[in-house]
Design a protein around this ligand. Sequence first.
Ligand code: BDR
Ligand code: CA
Length: 311
Amino acid sequence: MTDKTPLLIDTDPGVDDALALLMAFNDPRHRVVGLTIAAGNVGLRHTVANALKLCEVAGADVPVFAGCEAPLLHPARDAANVHGQDGFGDVGYAPCPRTAEAEHAALAILRLSHQHAGRLLLVALGPLTNVALALKLDPSLPQRIARLVIMGGAVSAHGNITAAAEFNIAFDPEAAHLVFSAFEHFDLADWEATIAHGLPHDEVVRWLQADSPRARFYEAISRQTREWSADRRGDRWHSADALAMAYALEPDGALERLERPVAVELDGRRTRGVTVVDWLRQEGGPDNASLLMRYDQARFEALVRAALAAG
Ligand code: BDR
Ligand code: CA
């Protein structure tokens, strides 16, 4: 028995997912009890292999559960242009000999929610397909989750995969709709918060020089996407899942949050996958989301830096 908070991460690694996972592995107050893997940034074969490899590099003995290969209803395009064809910068790493557990990710979410009922911190860093499927199998899931943190959405519709939508939500809007409707309350770290909390490229380069296997591996797998980002987005690098993980691990680093009703648009010709925030509370829905507006930047950077340097 431990008094560390049990932490379950649903993720689609992904370069920024990898940084978030290193932060979680490095946190003294949380114990990662599983990684449930979604398709998203790239296909499931790669996201599972990447999760296993990252655990190996970090020396993290954490079970990995493969989830859904595709969104619930409609096919979606991946983000290999940002993360590399294999999701980890195409560096040709030696695959990890360990394989994923036999249990499906959605079933693992349900089992772990029972095992850690009332204490489990669930952090979703990818499309919400696995969590939605778990909810369909057992709608009582939210009652056993102590806190749900989601990286997703763009609260004022400054999207990153379409004009108005953010990648994780746009990849599987139906899944996001199910999750946003079923959980009475969740914490949302969106793409616009990510943009407001960029990491200076030159600092990141210095942090990556730390003498640790984690930093060396991360330097390699993130190089392609950091160059891609420096070309397009200037002198700060935006690591969405890392910010969401900071918010998850150290919620008191949040300097401003807003409680609002948030829903997912499913039908729009240009707006499918948009997170619609009812800023003026005009439609009578409950405040289901706590929106992260501002996080302590120094604290965020310290968490990232420590995660990279950890031995
Ligand atoms: C989100 O989309 C993915 O590409 C990232 O891993 C992150 O979870 C940002 O929009
Ligand atoms: Ca992700």
